[in-house]
Design a protein around this ligand. Structure first.
Ligand code: 0A1
Ligand code: ZN
Length: 875
């Protein structure tokens, strides 16, 4: 294979031809599906006449082709690996093609494929070209009419509304669907197979009735309630919050077992990874319930932010994804505990997105080139994109933001647009100058702010200096200063209250935002009544790293007194990190580890003071993860980090055993399971307490864990108890529990995913061997992305001590899987490599081992997906 070539944003041109209407007919067959396409094509008004027609097409076998009804001769067109080219076409014409494809053999899960016998499609980003010859780019928008012909299958679904159905002379069934909304090919979908539906209704803000349907395999009919309830809440929320109403008579969700991502927003026919729809108290954890709610909302919200207004090209991906993630985060915050949602989102973001931004695949929210677009469905495009939209909302204020959003949807309805178009609407609606703000979209890397402050007792002035720098990233040496909104308060060291802030004669109040726009700025607060400790970057007001020389006493103080719940939590995290730093150093130097009593005292206060929000308390009692601790270290020492964190957990458990016991006992409940915020909070607090007790394998803790497993009340509790047993040294308890669980749930793939994950996160030394052993399990399959993620992905990303084993076996295992998957499913293979791409962060010995595995992968004949990631990692 020749080296794959990048595509550049700067090369963008409007398409030479556009398609006004697309008519498709599918004769479904596992190995030989016939696809007939009739395209109504016309020259793009902005492009010159006489250009050739170029259609994308991959893995298609062309059976016939005709232009305006006349079959084309072989000399009239050219077929290549990438598609079909007709050098001479009229200004307007009808193109008919017929191709054959094999859904059964499609293991890449892009285009038309089969999942557990069900036909389904995934067309974003460039999957439609595996279905028929087409200008497969988002700025070509057409109305679609689709006829599905199936042998025995009565369920034949596509976008829009069903307009005709019946039986053909040969006994086959057909259904014709019409989608009146012009859409790009990536939003096309079809589903056919033995599925059952759960139906409901929604009345829109203007009184229109919409049928809601969730289609699943029969055995999952009892697992759709939560997704349906979430969908209705999301529809209502989008009307109330953004004034967005649904625009078809029918909205369908389909659950499939084999899916590369979480879900897909195809117009009127969202296709979901079954893991992102199905829930039942006995099979899904609280985390899964919340994930389902968020993803159902996310896909639904795309109907406007993505479908009605779409992206001009794939460089604009964050236009729809950043905005839609922001919308789903706000929705989840409104329906659950807002402070906890923010803590969890930020905690994940700072661990995973910061690592991406600091690694060899770092890219701006709007990249300027790519080899394979599926590699760009990243935390940067999605989550950092959302943080930037959040900053916009905060900069202009909610009301102007809403006006800007209305303007955006009105002005660009039915069009394919750019990130500038979106930001321009916000600037227009608010009157703000957002020119410098746009740099957030083009500059990669996480900005760092070095802050320091000085209080002058004589003048009562507080001088805060902020300096920003963005580290260089691959291909981007020079960084410009960004516009960084810093939300802050000055907490009085005497009163423990937020002090009034006056800046340049202007009263800001007790909680305000200051704007850092230059490399360095000084903020002089006057009339500061007492010496303050600054509480900076409240609510994580910008996606940056903030350095401030807080003492441990400062942090303990903020943990108690900060009026901002988010920063109170963050003060606790910073305090724990400082203690962990010392312990990591002690471990490396072979010195005895000593627990910092300030951390123990802070935890004691938390455990004994009355905090109303139990979910926030549970977060505060949770130490930073090993991955997040690693993020803070100049060089990652996985063993020292693990040892230090375990030492802190055990020291806390020993010192506060009775307090943890009391919290555990006070929060047990046998109320019927409900995925409601109060219950979820109570369970998480109880389970955090149990984790501490199990860190020292306390007798009572062990008994509680066993009893919680045996009680079999709900999956959250069962899974947590089982995980604690399996991660303990008590194989006598763990083995029978694991066996019983595996047997009970062998029929349920989503529960088996959890069974795999909790075993391969075991800290014990045999983890690599266990992964290999489980790969032979009948429930495992390399062809199923959920299984690969549950077993291999979880191991490589969450079992840090074992993945980074010094004999290199963890790395070798991952590389072996990547090499196999490269042929089966390049998209999943490319994603799986991530932990190996972070080799620069480790010691020389591990660096060498990791690079050797990357080189071994690189020597294979590679898909563009894997090639792009490996080439960047080794550049
Ligand atoms: N647009 C979907 C995510 C998605 C992207 C690519 C896919 O296949 C390659 C599948 C789904 C979303 O944001 O939910
Ligand atoms: Zn999305």
């Amino acid at each position: 294979m020749s080296e794959p070539q990048p595509v550049y944003l700067s090369d963008y041109q409007a398409p030479a031809y556009r398609v006004s209407h697309t008519q498709l007919t599918f004769e479904l067959d596992p190995a030989a599906t016939k696809v007939k396409a009739r395209l109504l094509v016309e020259r793009h008004p902005e492009r010159e006449t006489g250009l050739p027609l170029e259609l994308d097409g991959e893995h298609l076998s062309l059976k016939s082709i005709a232009l305006d009804g006349k079959p084309l001769e072989a000399a009239d067109y050219e077929l290549t690996e990438q598609g079909l080219r007709i050098p001479q076409v009229p200004e307007r014409f009808v193109l008919d093609t017929e191709v054959e494809i094999s859904p059964r053999d499609n293991t890449a899960l892009q285009g038309l494929y089969q999942s557990s016998g069900i036909y389904c499609t995934q067309c974003e980003a460039e999957g439609f070209r595996r279905i028929t010859f087409y200008p497969d780019r988002p700025d070509v928008m057409a109305t679609f009419s689709t006829t599905l012909i199936g042998t025995a299958e009565p369920v034949l679904l596509s976008n829009g509304n069903p307009v005709e159905k019946g039986t053909l002379d040969d006994g086959r069934h057909f259904v014709t669907w019409e989608d009146p909304h012009p859409k790009p090919s990536y939003l096309f979908a079809l589903v056919a197979g033995d599925l059952k539906k759960v139906a409901d209704r929604f009345t829109t803000m203007h009184g229109r009735e919409v049928s809601l349907e969730i289609w699943v395999e029969e055995e999952n009919l009892d697992k759709t309630d939560h997704a349906m309830a979430s969908l209705k809440r999301a529809m209502k929320w989008d009307e109330e919050t953004y004034g967005r109403e649904y625009d078809l008579d029918l909205f369908m969700i389909v659950a499939v077992n084999d899916f590369n991502m979480g879900a897909m927003e195809n117009k009127g026919l969202n296709i979901f990874n079954s893991a992102a729809v199905l829930t039942h108290p006995k099979t899904a954890t609280d985390v899964a319930y919340q994930r389902v709610e968020g993803i159902v909302a996310h896909e639904y919200f795309h109907n406007w932010s993505g479908n009605r207004v779409t992206c001009r090209d794939w460089f604009q991906l964050s236009l729809k994804e950043g905005f839609t993630v922001f919308r789903d985060q706000c929705y989840s915050a409104d329906t659950n505990s807002a402070p906890v949602k923010r803590i969890q989102d930020v905690s994940f973001f700072r661990t995973a997105q910061f690592a991406e931004d600091a690694g060899p695949t770092a890219h701006p929210i709007r990249p300027d080139h790519y080899i394979e677009i599926t590699n760009f469905y990243t935390l940067t495009i999605y989550e950092k994109g959302s943080e930037v939209v959040r900053m916009l909302r905060n900069l202009v204020g909610w009301e102007a933001f809403r006006r800007g959003s209305d303007l955006y949807f009105e002005r660009f309805d039915g069009q394919a647009v750019t990130i500038e178009d979106f930001v321009d609407c916000m600037a227009e609606a608010s009157g703000e100058d957002l020119t410098r703000f746009m740099r957030w979209y083009s500059q990669a890397g996480t900005p760092e702010i070095d802050a320091h402050g000085e209080y002058d007792y004589v003048t009562s002035e507080y001088r805060l200096t902020l300096r920003q720098r963005t580290p260089t990233t691959p291909g981007q040496q020079d960084k410009q200063p960004l516009h960084i909104p810093v939300r802050l308060g000055l907490v009085g060291t005497k009163s423990g209250r937020d002090l009034n802030m006056t800046l340049g004669g202007e009263t800001l109040g007790r909680d305000a935002v200051i704007h850092l726009r230059e490399d360095e700025q000084e903020f002089l607060f006057t009339d500061v009544a007492e010496s303050p400790i600054p509480s900076l970057l409240r609510h994580f007001s910008a996606p940056v790293k903030l350095h401030f020389p807080y003492s441990r006493e400062d942090l303990a103080f903020l943990l108690q007194h900060d009026s901002d719940g988010f920063n109170r939590w963050d003060a606790g995290q910073r305090l724990a990190l400082l203690a962990l730093d010392d312990l990591i150093a002690a471990h490396r130097n072979g010195v005895e580890k000593v627990m910092d009593s300030r951390v123990t005292d802070a935890f004691r206060t938390l455990l004994t003071s009355r905090i109303d929000d139990k979910a926030v308390l549970a977060e505060m009692l949770t130490l930073p993860s090993e991955a997040y601790i690693a993020e803070q270290q100049p060089l990652v020492d996985v063993d020292a980090i693990h040892a230090a964190r375990e030492f802190v957990r055990q020291s806390l458990a020993l010192a506060l055993r009775d307090e943890f016991l009391a919290v555990f006992e006070a929060n047990q409940s046998d109320a019927p399971y409900a995925p409601e915020p109060e219950q979820i909070a109570q369970r998480s607090l109880k389970n955090v307490a149990l984790s501490y007790l199990m860190a020292i394998e306390d007798e009572k803790g062990l008994a509680f864990a066993q009893a919680q497993f045996d009680a079999d009340h709900n999956m959250t509790d069962v899974r947590h108890a089982l995980t604690l047993l399996v991660h303990s040294s008590r194989d006598d308890l763990a083995s029978p529990a694991l066996k019983a669980f595996g047997e009970t749930w062998s029929h349920d793939p989503l529960v088996m995913d959890q069974w795999f994950s909790l075993q391969v996160t075991r800290p014990q030394e045999d983890a690599v061997e266990r992964v290999k052993f489980l790969m032979q399990h009948p429930a495992f399959s390399l062809k199923n992305p959920n299984k690969v993620r549950a077993l291999i992905g979880t191991f490589a990303n969450q079992n840090r001590v074992n993945f980074h084993r010094l004999d290199g076996e963890g790395y070798r295992l991952l590389a072996d899987v990547v090499i196999k998957l490269n042929r089966l499913n390049p998209e999943i293979a490319a994603r799986l490599i991530t932990p190996l791409t972070r080799w620069q962060r480790f010691d020389e010995q591990r660096q060498a081992l990791m690079k050797a595995e990357l080189e071994r992968i690189k020597a294979e004949p590679l898909s563009p997906n894997v090639y792009e990631v490996v080439a960047k990692a080794l550049a």
